[in-house]
Design a protein. Sequence first.
Length: 209
Amino acid sequence: MGKNKLLSRSNLIRAGAALVVVLLIAATGLWLYNRYFKADETIVQESQTTVETPAGVQRAAEKAGVTVDSTQARAVAKEIKYIYETQKEPVYVVQTTGGKAEAAASEARKEAKADFAIITDKNDPDKQVNLAELKKDKDQPVELNQYNIQAYKPVIRTISITPDLKERGVRQVNFSIARKVTKDGQYVGVGVGYDIVDKRALVNLSYSW
């Protein structure tokens, strides 16, 4: 009876170990696929003239799965137009080959910690970039303008004060820090504070969108 229990336990351990190995292999495969094979949906291919309009910026954001409001769209469109006309920073010029254009643009977006990026043809403002076409002539040199767009702050810090209306003073002072966890602007944060009246420390968790 004892031997059977030991065998059963041994089988469970082996099965658990095998499951862990399978999950690790699956996770590694998914990471490799997302890193090297899956198209980066946050790299949006547009024409320069299109993204110099608020509607064009909003359409590009929708393609990337990022939400921008009309005020943001107007500001981004105005900045993109100014950058293109003056060749001022923060324009990023991708100088590479057709076969490496997508990877280069994706890497530049990640380095800039941007929520999404718009790439346009550097020399033809009316032409929409087509990465699939560029890949067909993989050794052909290409130049693309890239606009890295930060739709949301990566980190939000908040200080809040709760008044004591009865005593006409301050009851609580709080500080919190939240980090963006999704590309559509959802945040998870932690905070600490102090209740002056009750003389006790406070800790809280937050979720915002």
